[in-house]
Design a protein around this ligand. Structure first.
Ligand SMILES: [Cu+2]
Length: 211
């Protein structure tokens, strides 16, 4: 009897885990939510259709970037339902991830769409009422650093996130220092050598002429 209970609980848990995840050979969606209202929303305020492209060609307008979404910022009303169509125009993997969502609706506070190559995916979410700026990025190694970063503002948001192409500057600029002290020391040694050769040579010449 105990064993049966355990099996039933295990089955239920496995179902809830898989319920929030869709996967096929093209890509996957995790934690989509088109029905459950956040605790602080009494109804859906608006339905927004959001088509987002991901690809290398969208980074061409950003200096030094390699990957990007076609837009870097979206604005929705508090308690909006967003129907996302995510299109990957590249032959490589890209993700559309939103972070900082309430954990009781979105495990790890995250909505995750991913395409392994060219293709299209759809997923919905309902945002809470809080005025907040959510981070949107592709989490593959170096993709966000190379430009695939954006922000979703709810109710105008609560400021800009750092390093959003053409919107905000990074917290810490990339710095490639040239160590001038090396040159100074080298210059000093070189000057000293010239002085030695010059005066030493003169001294030697004087000695030679005296003889
Ligand atoms: Cu990517």
């Amino acid at each position: 009897m105990k064993k049966n209970k355990f099996l039933i609980v295990f089955f239920m848990l496995s179902q809830t885990c898989f319920a929030s995840m869709q996967m096929d050979e093209k890509g996957m969606v995790m934690n989509a939510n088109s029905d459950n209202l956040p605790k602080d929303c009494s109804e859906i305020s608006e339905v927004v259709n959001l088509t987002v492209h991901a690809g290398q060609k969208y980074a061409a307008k950003f200096n030094g970037k390699m990957f990007a979404f076609d837009q870097q910022q979206w604005n929705v009303k508090p308690c909006a339902k967003i129907d996302i169509t995510f299109i990957n125009d590249d032959q490589i993997r890209h993700q559309f991830m939103i972070h900082g969502l309430p954990g009781y609706l979105y495990p790890d506070g995250m909505l995750h769409l991913e395409l392994y190559g060219e293709g299209e995916l759809k997923a919905s979410l309902i945002v809470p009422s809080l005025k907040k700026t959510y981070l949107v990025h592709c989490e593959l190694a170096q993709h966000a650093e190379k430009g695939m970063k954006a922000q979703l503002k709810v109710g105008g948001g609560d400021g800009d996130l750092p390093s959003i192409p053409l919107i905000s500057s990074p917290i810490k600029e990339d710095a490639y220092f040239f160590d001038w002290s090396v040159l100074k020391l080298g210059g000093l040694v070189m000057s000293a050598t010239f002085v030695l050769i010059f005066f030493g040579g003169r001294k030697l010449l004087n000695l030679y002429l005296k003889d």
